[in-house]
Design a protein around this ligand. Structure first.
Ligand SMILES: [Zn+2]
Length: 115
């Protein structure tokens, strides 16, 4: 196992921040626990494609996990809002028809005329 001589980050390292561009959406590709307080994390930036391997203490991993959890909650709230808009559109996409164009139940249909 290629155990690093030293950490590449500390407890406050913002793993979600790209080292190559301003993006704050860096995602974990793979993470591995190397010891009690040592994690290896492969990261990838979705904006510029940069990859990195970080060796950080578990506090940094816990912090990163919290960042991703909050981001997931924001995404879920946005998806719920989109779903509510979609459901509203399904209910009455063009609004209710005016009363004079509604077919009344007692009116005979085309099949009744043919018989
Ligand atoms: Zn980037």
């Amino acid at each position: 196992m290629d155990r690093p001589d030293r950490l590449t980050g500390n407890a406050d390292t913002a793993l979600e921040v790209c080292r190559s561009c301003p993006s704050r959406l860096v995602q974990p590709v793979q993470w591995r626990r190397l010891g009690d307080d040592l994690w290896e994390i492969d990261l990838r930036c979705p904006d510029c494609g940069a990859t990195a391997r970080e060796f950080v203490p578990k506090e940094a991993v816990a912090r990163y996990d919290q960042v991703m959890r909050r981001a997931r909650q924001v995404l879920e709230r946005h998806l719920e809002a989109i779903e509510r808009v979609d459901m509203g559109a399904d209910r009455a996409p063009y609004g209710d028809p005016p009363p004079d164009l509604r077919i009344l139940p007692e009116e005979p249909g085309p099949a009744a005329d043919a018989a």
